[in-house]
Every structure is written in structure tokens, then in C-alpha cells.
Design a protein around this ligand. Structure first.
Ligand SMILES: [Zn+2]
Ligand SMILES: [Zn+2]
Ligand SMILES: [Zn+2]
Length: 156
């Protein structure tokens, strides 16, 4: 992600989470909101242990199961995605139900960028259909260097 005002990202994420939960009648409790805010501290995926550590720093200490349940809730609502290859979590910049989250993950700075791609989606469906395979889930996480990190490391 290029230099940007990340406070704005956090505020946007929390605002749209509140709007979305209100619309669905889902309860964004103080803890759930706090966990979402902590996930959004950066565009780097954060592991559950780090989240617990961050939560432990404040007054709002929470027991691990509570935090895991908060993460489950946030994932159900599509506000947070799990990065399987890192066993970590990242906030969704365009939260809505049932969209396929795919990521470009920079192995240098650690940022995970979500992307959507219609032709790719169609290809995957075609591959499933051709084999009589009903696709229920998918994990697409590409590893490499983001444009900024790549610019600092020209190919020899
Ligand atoms: Zn940001
Ligand atoms: Zn998403
Ligand atoms: Zn990078």
C-alpha cells in the first residue's frame, strides 16, 4: 500500500462495520469492535496471539475464547478474512457477505492486498463444472513482492 493516511482506513472500516451490522441486526459489541480495530492496525495480517497480546495491553483485557469468538463473528460478517498460509487475520476493505477473498501477500513488508477478478472467478467455476466438482471454498494467496518492495529490489 502506498503512503496513505491509515487512520482514515481504520475509521472507514469501523464506520462501515457499524453500518453493516446495524443493517443486519448483528451486534457489534465493544469487544468485537475493539478486535476489528486491532486487526486494522495495519494492512499486515495479524495472528491471534498478537491480537491477544495487544488486547492485554489495555484495560479491556479479554479471555482467549472470547477473542476467538469475536474473530469468528467478524469473519462471518465478512469484516475480517483469515489468511490461511499465515494463520492470521486481516480486515476487509469492502466488507460484504459471501465474496471470495483472494490475496497478494508481500513476503518482504508483510502486507496483504485483497483483490477481486471476474475472469479468474469464472475460470475457477469452469474448472469445477468441467469436473463435476461443486466448489464450496477456495484459498488463493499469492506470495511475492509488492510493487514498492519490488522497486527496491530490482531483478538481477
Ligand atoms: Zn491503510
Ligand atoms: Zn473481503
Ligand atoms: Zn512489500
Amino acid at each position: 500500500m502506498a503512503e496513505h493516511d491509515h487512520d482514515l482506513c481504520i475509521r472507514d472500516a469501523l464506520d462501515s462495520a457499524e453500518a453493516l451490522c446495524a443493517r443486519r441486526g448483528a451486534r457489534l459489541t465493544t469487544l468485537r469492535r475493539r478486535v476489528l480495530e486491532l486487526v486494522w492496525q495495519s494492512h499486515r495480517p495479524v495472528g491471534a496471539y498478537d491480537l491477544l497480546a495487544r488486547l492485554g495491553e489495555g484495560r479491556d483485557r479479554a479471555a482467549p475464547p472470547t477473542v476467538y469468538r469475536a474473530l469468528d463473528f467478524l469473519m462471518e460478517q465478512g469484516l475480517v478474512h483469515r489468511i490461511h498460509s499465515l494463520n492470521a487475520f486481516v480486515g476487509c476493505p469492502s466488507a460484504r457477505e459471501g465474496h471470495a477473498a483472494r490475496f497478494l501477500i508481500c513476503t518482504d513488508c508483510g502486507e496483504a492486498t485483497e483483490f477481486e477478478d471476474e475472469p479468474l472467478q469464472r475460470d475457477l467455476e469452469r474448472i469445477g463444472t468441467a469436473r463435476g466438482f461443486r466448489i464450496d471454498g477456495q484459498v488463493i494467496e499469492l506470495q511475492g513482492l509488492c510493487s514498492r518492495c519490488a522497486a527496491e529490489r530490482p531483478v538481477a
